[in-house]
Design a protein. Structure first.
Length: 262
């Protein structure tokens, strides 16, 4: 029973036979392999990463100009949850490099065509997830701060120095942690799996969740690294995402190869 292969095969969870058990040192190896792919891909990864930078800046400025400043923080948190899942192009680039093919920007952008219905379905699910998270955040804010002005300084003072602010931070953290766990479990391996194989969205999502459960400690380390690198990229005025998001995307491909059986 101590053999990882035996434990995996005997698991009662669905699709467990498709999952390998890996050690907690593996996420750092995935990052090393991802960095190698990032350097080999060059401008393909950087330019594609800049698309996410522009999108993040545009959304933030749009919320600010619309007087919805209080939604900027939830947007950033939501992006940290689902953003790494919007990296199919980086998986495609790493797959080409793995196969000895020369990756291209056009090929990376059109990667979703290999399994169109399932990839679009999962993409829609991620968008819905982000919308639900934003609505939760808006409701929690409205309940906790019904009379607070919406300028940045007033919001910070209310959130950090009032009893309602502590409730807001506590409830927001609990709700966010729950939604983050779901998003991570369902999205950790599902998108690269859909790119790599002709399987349905349900099989990919369930397999991803089972893989996360069976490798709980390792995936906790990986989740921490994803949040760390994504957060660092956003902290640099989103510009850092041009490097950190491609890095996470390429590394996720190697995580998928290591954990999900071929």
């Amino acid at each position: 029973m101590s053999d990882p292969e035996v434990q995996t095969n005997r698991s009662a969870l669905p699709y467990a036979e498709n999952v390998r058990l890996v050690g907690t040192d593996q996420p750092f190896r995935w990052l090393t392999a991802g960095w190698r792919d990032f350097r080999r891909a060059g401008l393909i990864s950087v330019v594609h990463g800049l698309i996410f930078v522009i999108a993040g800046v545009a959304l933030t400025l749009g919320l600010a100009s619309a007087g919805l400043t209080y939604l900027i923080a939830p947007l950033i948190a939501g992006f940290m949850l689902v953003g790494p899942g919007m990296t199919v192009s980086f998986y495609a680039t790493s797959r080409d490099l793995e196969a000895g093919r020369q990756p291209s920007f056009a090929g990376a952008l059109s990667a979703w065509r290999v399994n169109t219905a399932s990839l679009l379905s999962l993409g829609l699910l991620l968008v819905i997830f982000l919308i639900v998270w934003m609505r939760f955040a808006a409701v929690i804010f409205a309940v906790c701060f019904p009379y607070t002005p919406l300028d940045v300084q007033s919001l910070l003072n209310a959130a950090l120095f009032t009893s309602d602010g502590l409730v807001f931070l506590g409830v927001g953290t609990i709700v966010g942690a729950g939604m983050a766990s779901l998003a991570f479990a369902f999205g950790a391996f599902s998108l690269p799996m859909l790119l790599d194989r002709k399987v349905g969205m349900l099989e990919a999502v369930v397999t991803s969740a089972v893989a996360v459960v069976l490798n709980a400690k390792t995936m906790a380390v990986w989740a921490g690294l994803v949040v760390l690198f994504t957060g660092a990229g956003m902290a640099a005025g989103y510009v850092g995402l041009a490097v950190t998001l491609p890095l996470i995307g390429h590394s996720t491909w190697h995580a998928y190869r290591a954990v999900i059986r071929g």
